[in-house]
Design a protein around this ligand. Sequence first.
Ligand code: HGY
Ligand code: MN
Ligand code: MN
Length: 412
Amino acid sequence: MMAAQATVSSERLWESLMAMAEIGRTPAGGVRRLALSDEDRRARDLFVHWLQDAGCTVRVDDLGNIYGRRAGAEPGAGPVVCGSHLDTVPTGGRFDGALGVLGALEVVRAMNDASLVTRRPVEVVCWTNEEGARFAPAMLASGVVCGQLTIDAAYGSRDSAGRSFGEELTRIGYRGEAEHRLQAPVAYVELHVEQGPILERAGAQIGIVEGVEGIAWGWIDVVGQAAHAGPTPMEDRLDALVAASRAVLAIRTMAKELPGVRTTVGRCDVSPNTINVVPGAVRLSTDLRARDAAALQAAAQRLQDVCTAIGAQDGVEVRASEFWRSPPTPFAAMVVDAVADTAHSLRYTTRRLWAGAGHDAKYVADRFPAGMIFVPSAGGLSHNEAEWTPKEDCGRGGAVLLGTVLRLTASA
Ligand code: HGY
Ligand code: MN
Ligand code: MN
């Protein structure tokens, strides 16, 4: 049933966003809400309260994913699902993930205001551990639910203090039941900030997202020899940090040489990390991105070659290993078209693009028809406390999400 009068309230959406941003707020005005932390638990509790307030039936699955269902006229009909995540990176912003979760909640609230009855149920989802910042890899819970990762890989994932995903999920009280997992949605839509500069530079209000680019995460372990910083002659040193530094610069150069590839070394753990000791070992993280699977594979191969060459040059061991590969995934035309039709019917300016960041929608799209809606990020900045998307943009994203969900609830 098309909603003539259902409209989202950008004020109410903004209020919810700012209230949620207070949980884990950092002195610089960002958000630190690591997955399964006490801050994550408080955010979850608030979200569940809001879902119940909106009349949703709430359930939690064995990965801690939270689902709020708004009943439809045909209970047995496959639901239209929309949502995102509430966990953040350590120096995160107020919009990454939260806009998608609270935008989906606003869709339900708008339907309630209009006393709208949809044929299909509408379900709001909050995915656990999208970021992978504390428990690698990213998109872990949606990956398990969509059959791409194993429950053991999830429960066994450990943070830098050695605490496991499974233990922490139990500790915060969100370890639910496997039978509560996502039930075959007729479609899934995720609203998200773009986290890059494309929309802003194009002057586009809405991003019609056509797919999610590929990701490969790994480690580079460099093993040299710890030695005394004083008496050890320079020519005798097997300095792991010098070799690691060469690797970091070579990985940056790869991005220039391989079209469409972006490379990042985000972590550098030095051992023993002491002023007067020549570093004996270094562990670097590697993050490769590309829209094209072959380009991603070429980057992974180049990484191996670069490490072999540096090891030979410096006489130390340089070993690259990959522990997560998320292949690029295109979104379903049915959902992409529903997003485009809605945005154009609202007379918003649009641009088609692929997501350079990973999103839970990728794993959902591997199993079911899925798509995403982007709104601009100021300065293209994200994974930064200064992340910013104005209220009006958030409101436009909510309006497109509502219209898209309504189109999809009416679909055959
Ligand atoms: O890594 C990503 O792209 C996402 O933010 N987890
Ligand atoms: Mn995100
Ligand atoms: Mn993120």
